[in-house]
Design a protein around this ligand. Structure first.
Ligand SMILES: *Cc1c(COP(=O)(O)O)cnc(C)c1O
Length: 355
């Protein structure tokens, strides 16, 4: 049976990426060796990492003066590396959920953290607005897509300081004005590659401004200087990332991805909004186009397990909501076809007709 993969991360990859990965596992770039067993210093792999950086820059229209790094440690290590490298005295953070909170916790180890606003009291069902970012902050940190709660910031804010953003789960879902950011990072396992690599887009002249001593591996400058090859980088996930980026380019780039993503989200949100049983969990104006969170209305709550059972009968995978929200979460990452959303919507309608 065809499976429809709505997992939140690691998550669906395109057929294009998977096929090229399989090929390279057997014979990488005509070397007669597997991508898994070749030196990261080989000219074939050097070409891969250079192309991956170049395509990242091209697709996101990244201005001069920025580098794209491919590191280990996940987005979670960036929660610490960012303040370690960029926080001199004070940084501003926006608290929009679990991941933002984890970033705030790490930043507090390195300086004053001003949490300018939080939607925690309402279980993160909206993106706070109307706060001020202090002009003396070293940076303002945002989490553009809140993977767990299903809210998203789909614009590049105008604030008096430069921004840092965790874009783990919505990179390549819209054009980004990178020039407003000192740094953008993310675990690649949602919209880019399998788990194991973290992307970091960093403005070179944002570095070198802190006084503290930095461990070599935790200093962005190390990786800037060595083109992410100071030590052995995550070779295979970087190869996979390059395939995904090539596929994005073939499809027509980020604007095309944005249209596809917005259409998928609209189809599912419309089904939720027109349903007797289901209801969305977040404020409509802050809804994520990547992670759609919904529950059964209180009077039908006991039907949630039955709907999960029907979904799984139809090959719909990974829609159980995160435990902090409950209900359902459908992740509509770039590689998910519209067809899968239609199958989910049909399952919702059929379920509704029976109850
Ligand atoms: C998945 C996710 C993370 C965690 O990424 P790891 O690579 O597992 O550390 C952080 N932030 C956001 C927004 C995420 O979606």
């Amino acid at each position: 049976m065809k499976k429809h993969n709505f997992y939140a991360g690691p998550s669906i990859m395109s057929r294009y990426t998977l096929d090229h990965c399989v090929e390279a596992i057997h014979d990488f770039a005509g070397t007669g060796l597997s991508i898994l067993e070749i030196s990261h210093r080989s000219k074939e792999f050097t070409a891969v990492i250079e192309q991956a950086e170049a395509l990242f820059k091209e697709l996101l229209d990244i201005p001069e003066g920025y580098r794209v790094l491919f590191l280990g440690g996940g987005a979670s290590l960036q929660f610490a590396m960012v303040p370690m490298n960029l926080l001199r005295t004070r940084a501003a953070y926006l608290d929009t959920g679990t991941w933002a909170n984890k970033a705030i916790k790490e930043a507090k180890l390195f300086g004053d953290v001003n949490v300018v606003a939080s939607s925690k009291a309402d279980n993160y069902t909206y993106i706070p607005k109307g706060y001020t970012v202090p002009a003396d902050a070293d940076y303002f940190h945002i989490t553009t897509n809140n993977t767990i709660y299903g809210t998203e910031i789909r614009e590049d804010y105008d604030v008096p300081v430069r921004m840092v953003a965790d874009m783990s789960s919505d990179i390549f879902s819209r054009p980004v004005d990178v020039s407003k950011y000192d740094l953008i990072y993310g675990g690649a396992q949602k919209n880019v590659s399998p788990a194991g690599v973290t992307f970091v887009i960093v403005k070179e002249d944002a570095l070198g401004k802190v006084d503290r001593d930095l461990p070599t591996m935790l200093n962005y400058q190390t990786h800037v200087d060595k083109g992410s090859m100071f030590n052995t980088p995550p070779v295979f996930p970087i190869y996979a990332a390059l395939q995904t980026l090539k596929w994005y380019k073939e499809l027509g780039g980020v604007k095309v991805l944005q249209e596809m993503d917005e259409l998928k989200a609209r189809v599912l949100y419309d089904a939720i909004d027109n349903s007797r049983l289901f209801v969305g969990t977040v404020r409509p104006e802050d809804r994520s186009i990547m992670n759609v969170c919904f529950v059964m209305k209180p009077e039908y709550k006991e039907l949630e397990a039955d709907f999960l059972a029907l979904a799984s009968e139809r090959g719909i995978m990974g829609i159980k909501g995160h435990r902090s929200v409950g209900g359902f979460r459908a992740s509509l990452y770039n590689a998910l076809p519209l067809e899968s959303v239609n199958v989910l919507v049909e399952a919702m309608r059929d379920f509704e007709a029976k109850h």
